[in-house]
Write a protein that binds this ligand. Structure first.
Ligand code: TA6
Length: 303
């Protein structure tokens, strides 16, 4: 009964009639649903994770696995997971959760505001005894997402401690596509990348990125916008970013998908992750009291 009461209280406090409501999502997890004239969308309090964005006149832009787990301690497979304060494994602790600990924690809902750009949902998480177990740092992390004709994501990290913070971060976006073997990614021609399928060897991208096998590339020293062209869905998904020096491109292909129990049969073909990030040599250092905002804007257009 308490859970229902809590949801009713949250919806009464934050909901906007016919525009935004706080409701029970998959697995009983709390979700904010957006139903505005500019866009429909969904964002879970679990991991402050966007799971859906459908601008008016378009189809769903984000991929969500049919086999995703919906429980504390597990990341939702799809949408836009937040990786913080490390990316992939933690260098000094093989037992630490992959991609950090914020995508598997409940955040706090701070505000839902309708503005000219759409509906802005803000959630935050702060350091506590759980986070200190993995990372002895004091921080506040704010995720502000504006659901409109574009999807704007802002991830703000504030160093609330007395010592410098050093962290990696990624907006791990799962773009929904028809068939990964037919798409191409424009905007990274000539860019250096670290190939995680080849011991992170440094290589140079020649022309568009196309996917014909397991791909896990961290493009470095790039602030470029990139266009994901999908001939079958006849659309282009554009990622523009700010204060992000790396762009990760990932698809597990068939062999990598075998190890993902939370991915439906054959669903590896239906997404390509393109991630605004600051990882490896581009990790961020913040002095006490300083803050850093990484932002990304997704937009779609017909091909
Ligand atoms: O972003 C690419 C990547 O780091 C890959 O190496 C792969 O591990 C992927 O993230 C998915 O990670 P996850 O922990 O969500 O299964």
């Amino acid at each position: 009964m308490n859970a229902v009461l809590d949801l009713t209280k949250l919806d009464r406090r934050f909901g906007i009639p016919n525009i935004a409501r706080v409701c029970e999502g998959d697995g009983g997890l709390t979700r904010v649903d957006i139903t505005s004239p500019l866009a429909y969308g969904g964002m879970y309090v679990h991991g402050a994770q966007v799971t859906s964005w459908r601008p008016a006149g378009s189809e769903e832009v984000l991929f969500l696995s049919s086999k995703s787990l919906w429980e504390e301690g597990q990341a939702i497979r799809g949408g836009i997971p937040l990786c913080f304060p490390w990316f992939r494994g933690k260098a000094d602790d093989p037992h630490a959760p992959a991609h950090g600990f914020v995508r598997t924690r409940s955040w706090q809902l701070y505000s839902i505001v309708e503005n000219n750009a759409g509906v802005a949902v803000t959630m935050f998480i702060e350091s506590d005894e759980q986070t200190r177990r993995w990372w002895p740092a004091e921080f506040r992390l704010v995720h502000r997402v504006t659901f409109g004709s574009e999807l704007k994501l802002e991830l703000v990290c504030i160093n609330t401690g007395k010592t410098p913070l050093h962290f990696e971060e990624a907006l791990h976006t799962y773009n929904r596509i028809a068939d990964v073997g037919t798409v191409r990614l424009q905007g990274l021609d000539g860019t250096r990348f670290l190939d995680n399928t080849d011991s992170n060897k440094e290589k140079t991208q020649l022309g568009n990125v196309t996917i014909a096998s397991q791909t896990d590339n961290a493009f470095i020293n790039t602030q470029n916008a990139v266009d994901l062209l999908d001939p079958k869905l006849r659309r282009r998904i554009r990622l523009q970013k700010a204060n992000s020096s790396t762009t990760v491109v990932w698809n597990p292909w068939q062999e990598g998908a075998r190890g993902l129990r939370d991915l439906g049969e054959g669903e590896w073909k239906q997404f390509l992750c393109v991630e605004a990030s600051n990882i490896m040599g581009a990790a961020v250092t913040l002095a006490p009291g300083q803050e850093h905002t990484t932002s990304a804007v997704l937009s779609v257009a017909r091909l």
